[in-house]
Design a protein. Sequence first.
Length: 293
Amino acid sequence: MEEVRLKRLLSLQKMEATEAEVYRRLAKIQNDPVNKSILEGIALEEERHELVISKITEQKVSPDWFQVIKHVILARVFGFTFSIMMMEETERDISSEYRSLGLVEIAEEEEKHEQEMISMLEEERLQYSGSIVLGMSDALIELTGALAGLTFALKDMDLIALAGLVTGIAAAFSMGASEYLSSRAEKREGSAIRAAFFTWISYLITVILLVSPYLILDSTKEGLAGLEMYEASLICTFAIGLFIVGVFNFYTSVVERVSFKSRFFEMTGILGVVSLISYGIGVALGIALSVDA
């Protein structure tokens, strides 16, 4: 056998062995019997592929344990759907590689059978992704804008943090209640209480992260790079906001297979426009009401 062909086959064999181990481990941590059964079925399919290739190479390979551990950790943190989609994304053109090596049957199974089984998987957190998006996006846009306005109106970090937390926490409960009522009125699938919880918790976590610079940075110290500390805090808030937008849009782009760039720039643009308007309102109200901290 040609050395180049052997290397390609061994690479595929190792990939199949790794995927089989990942799916086995994901099945073990599943509580849902249907998801568990589907994952075990995919693992058996990957094992069979690895066995077919091993008969050609006449060699045994071990899984890539780094990749196995990585995907198990991703599954525990972000959910098994995210982990699986990340793994499958790296092998988008793998069927063409199988075809070029004459393994047409495996190529067809990679394209059809495994994708069919993956599409059958159901993860609870994805059923409420709309509620999470609602809570997080509203908190980002509303509170970032509010903090921009408060920063230049009050110019006092303690007051800004207090006003931001009171506004944000109250809004989190309001959003949760609204999502509950909306879910009940529209008779959506799933629990209205859980939808409300996911909206509330995503809003609340975002609020805490956005306000944190005003609580962590020392207002008694001199500003950074010629900026006042309240201005530095606002910049940190913007950076945290962009980070949250980036992480969440990366997650949704993977599990929903949509464009990351378009969604990221759309949300960032809205965030910037609202913050700019709020900044202008804050400055104007500060002058009008003679608020000078």
